[in-house]
Design a protein around this ligand. Structure first.
Ligand code: TYD
Length: 137
């Protein structure tokens, strides 16, 4: 299989249904995201200056959205790094498996919404960057 790189991560514009009384964005599995959604989780109340999510996944695919506020998503394939500044609830970044990621620069009150292809499984995590680099070899 071809090695996954940061260029396999894509910025996805989600449909925005605009109403004078507010907006609605829906994400459908296998439509706006190329996987079955088995889990939804969200990060919130992240203290200023804190960073999250320094890890990689062996199988998990994800769509990451700033449902409120903003933050930076730094992705890394062991060779190249890219940073996405997420600040709109109808923009997400699709991440295939095998990419290292970190989240930082959270604005006050921000919410990082993650749609994930699998249930939580600690065995799927690569927690140390050195282990990640070995995994990519
Ligand atoms: P983790 O994904 O390690 O967050 P981060 O890398 O941003 O620090 O999750 C932290 C803890 O939260 C993890 O050890 C267990 C728990 N957790 C769940 O129970 N279910 C989940 O879906 C997630 C994402 C985390």
């Amino acid at each position: 299989m071809r090695e996954t790189t940061v260029y396999d991560c894509t910025l996805v514009e989600l449909p925005k249904n605009h109403f004078d009384r507010g907006n609605i964005t829906a994400v459908n599995e296998c439509l706006e995201v190329p996987f079955d959604i088995q889990r939804v989780y969200y990060l919130y109340d992240v203290p200023g200056g804190e960073s999250r999510g320094g890890h990689g996944h062996k199988q998990l695919q994800q769509l990451i959205v700033a449902a409120s506020g903003s933050f930076d998503l730094i992705i890394d394939d062991g060779r190249i790094k890219r940073t996405f500044h997420l600040a709109r609830p109808n923009m997400g970044v699709y991440m295939p498996a095998g990419i290292w990621r970190e989240l930082d620069n959270f604005s006050s009150g921000s919410i990082c919404l993650v749609l994930a292809s699998h249930e939580y499984d600690e065995q799927d995590y690569i927690r140390a960057y050195g282990d990640y680099l070995n995994y990519k070899k």
